[in-house]
Design a protein around this ligand. Structure first.
Ligand code: HEM
Length: 269
């Protein structure tokens, strides 16, 4: 169904490209600039590859960012995270310090809005918004476990401890991000709580319960190494903008008021 939908749009875009139209959306770019790649694969394989690419980019880019931002909106509307909401709104109000609507409900101050929404402003500011984004990905990572990765040489993990684990070259493994993000030794007994200050180096919540810095891989929503998410910086910018603009322009409330009081228990399996 989704494939047919993509194919239908693809055919429409191809007709537009042939008629000399230039667009700047994803499919236009893939079809015009990716023509060499899809062309050499031949009609059938080229078409299949294009469809898979669109689905991958949609799943990798859109749903991940959307889930994280949705979850932030949920947390900050729960009663016990009211202080987080106030702090977040204070940052947004100070950085987007203009009235968005007039008395009749018309959007106003468009230039201030465009300036505030500029790449530079978003990239350089919104520190607390970013902490909320990071903490949301910690509690409910949108990619809960990795695709399979092949180990290229023999390794022994936790050598000499009761947890020692030998992994042989050629074996495949998944990295279980959810587990990393809820490790009590790294994140404390309150690992189910939404505490954005965990990412603030001046906060008491910044370190592991032992008082030591957290392990660099205790947090890996984008994974790491050679196959780290290609869209990490892009996602961070989009999310900051989305959170700031949504909370600036709209007053949200939870559809189910019961959620306001809910205690969050994260299910690992
Ligand atoms: C909150 C947002 C996002 C999260 C949490 C996220 C997370 C991840 C993770 C964990 C991986 C590694 C998957 C694996 O190897 O098993 C990955 C890969 C990837 N991500 Fe993202 N991603 C996000 C947004 C994006 C965006 C916005 C884009 C594109 C614009 C993107 C493009 C990709 C691509 C192309 C890969 C494959 C990289 C490779 O295998 O070399 N992601 N992402």
């Amino acid at each position: 169904m989704l494939k047919e939908f993509i194919l239908k749009i693809k055919n429409e875009k191809m007709a537009q490209i042939k008629a000399g139209k230039v667009g700047n959306d994803l499919l236009f770019t893939l079809l015009s600039e990716g023509d060499d790649v899809y062309g050499v694969l031949g009609d059938e394989l080229g078409e299949r590859t294009l469809i898979e690419d669109v689905i991958t980019i949609y799943a990798a880019a859109v749903s991940t960012t959307q889930i994280t931002v949705n979850n932030i909106c949920k947390y900050i509307h729960m009663d016990r995270y009211l202080p987080v909401k106030e702090k977040l709104l204070a940052e947004i109000d100070s950085l987007l310090a203009f009235e968005a609507w007039d008395a009749e409900g018309n959007a106003i101050n468009r230039n201030s809005f465009l300036e505030a929404a500029s790449y530079e402003n978003i990239q350089e500011n919104f520190e607390y918004t970013m902490m909320c984004f990071r903490e949301s990905m910690r509690i409910e990572p949108p990619v809960g476990f990795s695709t399979s990765h092949t180990v290229t040489k023999d390794v022994v993990l936790a050598k000499g401890t009761p947890k020692e684990l030998k992994i042989n070259a050629g074996e495949m493994l998944h990295i279980f991000t959810k587990k990393l993000h809820h490790d009590v030794n790294q994140w404390g007994e309150n690992h189910n709580e939404f505490i954005p200050e965990r990412f603030d180096s001046n906060s008491q919540h910044f370190k592991a319960p032992s008082g030591k810095p957290r392990h660099p891989y205790s947090y890996a929503p984008f994974l790491g190494g050679h196959r780290i998410c290609l869209g990490k910086t892009f996602a961070e910018n989009v999310a900051k903008k989305l959170i700031a603009m949504t909370l600036k322009f709209y007053a949200l409330e939870l559809a189910d008021p019961k959620l306001k009081l809910e205690t969050f228990e994260y299910e690992l399996f």
